[in-house]
Design a protein around this ligand. Structure first.
Ligand code: ASP
Ligand code: MG
Length: 412
């Protein structure tokens, strides 16, 4: 029998009624002849509640016990889903991570899946079980203790099962009906995409972050697992949602698939640093040690042996970055005349694998911004993405103008 993986997020199993609705969808796939592996999240809000209990009990908690507590939300939904399916006369059984077993590293609260031996579940399928309901987000360490995969980890559980069982597809049921060309909240012409390539999905993470855990997309790309994102609140149909797939499965890729943005960016400039070998390392090593997530980096042309170094980071890391730079200066590791932070910037990016074979995307993007009178402060590019930093107050305008210029309202 072909295997299908169906993952239901927290909102899709938030109440007994919703579990029933999800179970009905599972029943439809079983009737088509699939052996189904259902991955469930905890009921929405449940994991946050459990994390709160742990933090209140023990601020510097032992991560092994954190995992013991926060993994429990998924045990509840797995058992309830199996019971609901049984009530519908669908042969179903729940599986906790250790029972499968989902073997992980021992990095408690942020474990990585190392292996999922399919034998136990396959044997049960052979004996007539039609649905294995697996508690997402959890596994077992080499020491035999329960682990969790990090917040949002049940997406990763789902993709890992699809890879381990050679599933035909991995359907991720959530509360949005797919991946959009941009955020519909700031651009009313945003369109749902029928297909998007793995790489584009990774770049659009700022839009899709709430839809799919980034790690799960990386995993799907590595194992070429077809992922479908769809809403559990809409009519069930075979072409609903967005298929995240290999670019070879997309007939004609859009030059630009989407416009992404990130609101909370800051731009920092170290004015007049010595332009010498090792200066970049001397600046960015302490920033990385201080946990600053540096994104864009620009080094100006040097004049008389001195240059300006500009980088961007999240707004809430500016103080940390300044502190790290002042300490490096005090320790004589770097020298600069001034440090200037601009905390009112936003990043806007256009993303699309078609850029590899089409020229002029950057030029068009800059023309659009220029026509709107928007000044570009920093530019970076990759093979499939062009990003600019602009004043935050123009962010919405930039997203809408770019969405228009690249005719994304016609995207599909
Ligand atoms: N319940 C876990 C969380 O809220 C895992 C998940 O839902 O993906 O992070
Ligand atoms: Mg989620």
């Amino acid at each position: 029998m072909p295997v299908l993986v169906m993952k239901f997020g927290g909102t899709s199993v938030a109440t007994l009624d919703r579990i029933k609705r999800a179970a009905k969808r599972v029943g439809v796939e079983v009737a088509k002849g699939y052996d189904v592996i259902v991955i469930v999240s905890a009921m929405s809000g449940e994991t946050n509640k459990l994390v709160g209990f742990v933090e209140e009990t023990s601020p510097l908690f032992d991560a092994r016990e954190y995992d013991a507590v926060v993994s429990s939300g998924e045990n509840v939904t797995a058992g309830l889903m199996a019971l609901t399916l049984q009530e519908m006369d669908v042969p179903a059984r729940s599986w906790q991570g250790w029972q499968v077993p989902v073997k992980t590293t021992s990095a408690h609260s942020a474990a990585r899946i190392e292996d999922i031996p399919p034998e136990n579940i396959m044997r049960k399928f052979g004996e007539g079980m039609k649905v294995a309901v697996v508690a997402g987000f959890q596994g077992i360490s080499p020491e035999g203790r329960i682990t969790t995969l990090g917040r949002g980890g049940s997406d990763t559980t789902a993709v890992a099962f699809a890879a381990a069982f050679g599933a035909e597809r991995c359907d991720i049921y959530t509360d949005v009906d797919g991946v959009y060309t941009t955020d519909p909240r700031i651009c009313d012409k945003a369109r749902k995409l029928d297909r998007i390539a793995f790489e584009e999905m990774l770049e659009l993470a700022s839009l899709g972050a709430k839809v799919l855990q980034t790690r799960s997309v990386e995993l799907a790309m590595r194992y070429k697992v077809k992922l479908r994102v769809l809403s559990s609140f809409e009519e069930q149909s075979d072409d609903a949602g967005t298929l995240v797939c290999d670019e070879e499965d997309i007939m004609e890729s859009n030059v630009v698939a989407g416009v992404a943005y990130s609101r909370d960016e800051a731009k920092m400039t170290l004015v007049s640093v010595a332009d010498r070998p090792g200066i970049a390392a001397a600046i960015f090593t302490p920033l990385s040690e201080a946990g600053v997530n540096v994104d864009m980096i620009v080094q100006n042309i040097s004049e008389e042996g001195r240059t300006d170094m500009t980088f961007s980071c999240p707004t809430n890391q500016v103080q940390r970055a300044e502190k790290a730079m002042m300490e490096a200066k005090a320790a004589g590791k770097i020298n600069f005349h001034d440090i200037v932070a601009d905390t009112a910037v936003a990043k806007v990016s256009v993303v699309g694998i078609g850029m590899r074979s089409h020229t002029g995307v950057a030029a068009k993007m800059f023309q659009v911004l220029s026509k709107e009178g928007i000044n570009i402060k920093v530019i970076t590019t990759s093979e499939i993405k062009i990003s600019v930093l602009i004043d935050r107050k123009y962010m919405e305008l930039a997203v809408q103008a770019l969405h228009d210029a690249f005719e994304l309202e016609k995207a599909a």
